[in-house]
Design a protein around this ligand. Structure first.
Ligand code: SF4
Length: 141
């Protein structure tokens, strides 16, 4: 369940500039306290979701985002790699689940993936959902 779906959370779209500025000017500890208060109103405060993130296509991105080590424009020591194979991603998903992950995320360093790359990523997603997260299913991806 997302916080915005819960009855205790009132989503606002009428923020005034002074209110936003006062948030930016707030002491960090106060912000942590407010964030914890909202979190506790909406979620189990002591439950943590275990997630695993896998880079399925690392480095060599043609975009020039200055902060990002995946960009080919900056030498961050990241080797450019090709898109991982579906079977390898699936094996990592199974390993993540066995290690206790309840969410599996895939990240790719791309600016404009080609159609055939997106088709491969869709196959990966279906395979992970079907095989790793639902081992009772044995249909091919
Ligand atoms: S991977 Fe994403 S954030 Fe990084 S350079 Fe490419 S487009 Fe920018």
């Amino acid at each position: 369940m997302h916080a915005e779906d819960s009855p205790g959370h009132a989503e606002r779209h009428d923020w005034r500039k002074e209110e936003v500025r006062s948030l930016f000017d707030s002491p960090f500890s106060d912000l942590i306290y407010q964030a914890q208060t909202v979190h506790r109103e909406n979620f189990d405060p002591n439950q943590v979701q275990m997630s695993t993130l896998l880079s399925i296509k690392t480095g060599g991105c043609p975009e020039d985002c200055a902060y990002c080590p995946q960009s080919a424009h900056h030498d961050a020591g990241v080797e450019a790699e090709r898109l991982m194979r579906v079977e390898a991603v699936l094996a990592e998903a199974r390993r993540a689940k066995a290690a206790g992950a309840t969410r599996y995320c895939m990240g790719a360093a791309w600016r404009a993936p080609k159609d055939h790359d997106l088709e491969t990523v869709c196959r990966m997603s279906r395979a992970c959902a079907r095989w790793a997260w639902n081992p009772a299913s044995r249909s091919a991806c």
